[in-house]
Ligand binder design. Sequence first.
Ligand code: SAM
Length: 270
Amino acid sequence: MLSYLHRYHAGNFADVHKHLLLTRVLAALARKPAPFCVVDTHAAEGIYDLGAAEAVKSGEAAEGVARFLALPDPPALAADYRAQAADPAAYPGSPVLALRMLRADDRLVLNELHPQAHAALKRAMRGDPRVHLHRRDALEALVALVPPPEKRGVAVIDPAYEVKAEYAGVPAAVSKAFARWRGGVYFIWYPLLPEARHLDLLGALEAAGFPEVAVSEWLRRDPGEGRGLYGSGVAVVNPPFRFAEEAEELGAWLAAAGFGGSHRLTRFGP
Ligand SMILES: C[S@@+](CC[C@H](N)C(=O)[O-])C[C@H]1O[C@@H](n2cnc3c(N)ncnc32)[C@H](O)[C@@H]1O
């Protein structure tokens, strides 16, 4: 069952949260000269025209990245994402965001199962020799594709959670991957929905006993108000140095600068 197409949701508030924080992980990796690798297990199409019919119809980008770009006094930590998100005709999904921050010797390993999304992704990568494409089940791919030879890098795990088993499958696959690649950063997105299934995912991450996990949650509204997605969560296993502080600063700015909602940062480890 692959009915989800990210083009309806590209640039929404959850993408703003996820992509903003992902630029901080990539910037941290690029601080050291040794090459790094990005393994993106749920890559989707790579790049989006926010003026296309699907994005206009959903209206999600207008409430997401368009509002974000209008916020006053952006902190320096938001500069990479603001620059990347500035052109609504070429809004970067996680693969293009990563591609634009790669250096000559870094690599990008992309996986996407949906045939239409995979074909679009291939076009978006334009044969870049640093990019390797796969079309297989994401959680199997996560375990099979790590550790990368570089030994430094991040795995980006961003399911659509159409399949409820993913709330248990993600932490299980991350645990298996971690056993093979203890030095990797694992960047996991999850939705905040009234059913609160994300609590199972977070409980399993906590029970796995990773050395450090930083969790950033941006609540756009009160969980009790209305239906559907009320917030966006990002859990990072092995967060880079100062990632949690940066997420806290960015979250506080988003809420205070006029976007509204609230942000909370939690950390756990043994
Ligand atoms: C939320 S989107 C990813 C968005 C992307 N990471 C970004 O930030 O631009 C989820 C993607 O996962 C893909 N997907 C869903 N189930 C999958 C599976 N079992 N294996 C691989 N890809 C899958 C969907 O086709 C969809 O393109």
